[in-house]
Design a protein around this ligand. Structure first.
Ligand SMILES: [Zn+2]
Length: 336
């Protein structure tokens, strides 16, 4: 089976390989890795002290629960079930919710694909996730009324969120969680149209990715008494195995401003990754729960497990999720 994005895995497995042109060349290779890890601590051994607490943060890609996954949930079946052990073993679980969960609102006129799922989905999200990302190009598909209704339901279920809120200020607030004495902030931004989904002073919506604002939000999250570590979750890029110039430029800008990791989504496939200033950038994790794609490249996503200390990301593992015809991910147990 040809899985083009595996090229990026092999290339970045070697820690000196960061040239995206080399990635392009290796894009033709067929690889059968199941789990990949690359210790950042090897690059920066002084940053990891022996007794330092490590928090595991599992991050998955785009979650669109419409179609067959919604029908499964209607029958009480859990579309995340094959990853329940992976989630259970993590300290913090995050994913990008690429649909609105509500029974309210009106579909955006003239938008070709609009995704809304029944509120029963909240129960399945709360079973597996500590927080979900809302900064994307579908969470506003049924307007601010449905978006606000989703926020209310997430809060009631104890599921955090980032990249969205009841107003502009709230949409730019990080989700902050403390585990083992390590305070981790997560910020989310979308830069894929329509911009009309953006929150305003008196309108619920998402956080839009404007460089200056993104940098201000990082500075705020890093402020006194807030977070030790800042994770950026971006919704960006084109459907190409290699990240574009804009993604690379902004990722570096964010790391220069104090971000500890950059994790992207939206291109519906896995993109390459790199290490900049000792900080990892995963340009796109690809899909996680998403039905409707025929190409295997769209039905293979990455599940990222970051090990984080007070001093940042120490190392990480990547697992491969194979998405079946119903849009349901399974952990790839054996190399293809
Ligand atoms: Zn998207």
């Amino acid at each position: 089976m040809r899985i083009a994005q595996n090229s990026a895995m092999k290339a970045t497995h070697c820690r000196h390989q960061t040239s995206w042109q080399s990635l392009k060349i290796s894009g033709l290779l067929l690889l059968g890795w199941l789990i990949f890890s690359m210790p950042v601590s090897a690059a920066n051994p002084s940053s990891l002290e022996p007794q330092e607490a490590l928090v595991s943060v599992v991050v998955v890609g785009d979650i669109m629960l419409g179609g067959p996954p919604e029908r499964m949930m209607q029958r009480g079946l859990d579309p995340f079930k094959h990853f329940s052990q992976v989630f259970k073993q993590a300290d913090i679980r995050l994913g990008n919710l690429e649909c609105v969960v509500s029974n309210k609102g009106e579909a955006e006129p003239d938008k070709p694909n609009v995704f809304r799922v029944h509120p029963r989905a909240i129960r399945f999200l709360s079973r597996h996730f500590d927080a979900v990302g809302l900064a994307n190009n579908h969470s506003g598909d049924y307007g601010p009324v449905a978006f606000a209704d989703m926020l209310k339901r997430l809060r009631q279920a104890g599921v955090g969120f980032y990249g969205g809120g009841d107003n502009l200020a709230q949409a730019h607030q990080p989700f902050i969680m403390e585990k083992k004495g390590v305070r981790i902030a997560v910020l989310g931004f979308n830069e894929f149209q329509p911009r009309s989904f953006e929150a305003d002073h008196d309108k619920p919506g998402i956080a839009w990715s404007e460089d200056e604002q993104v940098l201000r939000d990082i500075a705020w999250a890093r402020g006194p008494g807030r977070a030790d570590v800042v994770i950026m979750v971006m919704h960006w890029g084109w459907e190409d195995p290699l990240a574009n110039h804009r993604q690379r430029q902004l990722a570096r800008l964010m790391i220069d401003a104090g971000a500890d990791a950059v994790i992207g989504g939206h291109p519906h496939l896995v993109q390459d990754r790199e290490v900049y200033q000792g900080k990892p950038i995963f340009y796109s994790l690809g899909n996680f729960v998403f039905e409707g794609f025929d190409n295997p490249v769209n039905n293979t996503g990455l599940v990222l497990n970051l090990s984080i200390s007070k001093h940042g990301v120490q190392h990480w593992d990547l697992m491969q999720a194979h998405i079946d015809k119903r849009g349901v991910p399974r952990l790839r147990q054996h190399p293809p």
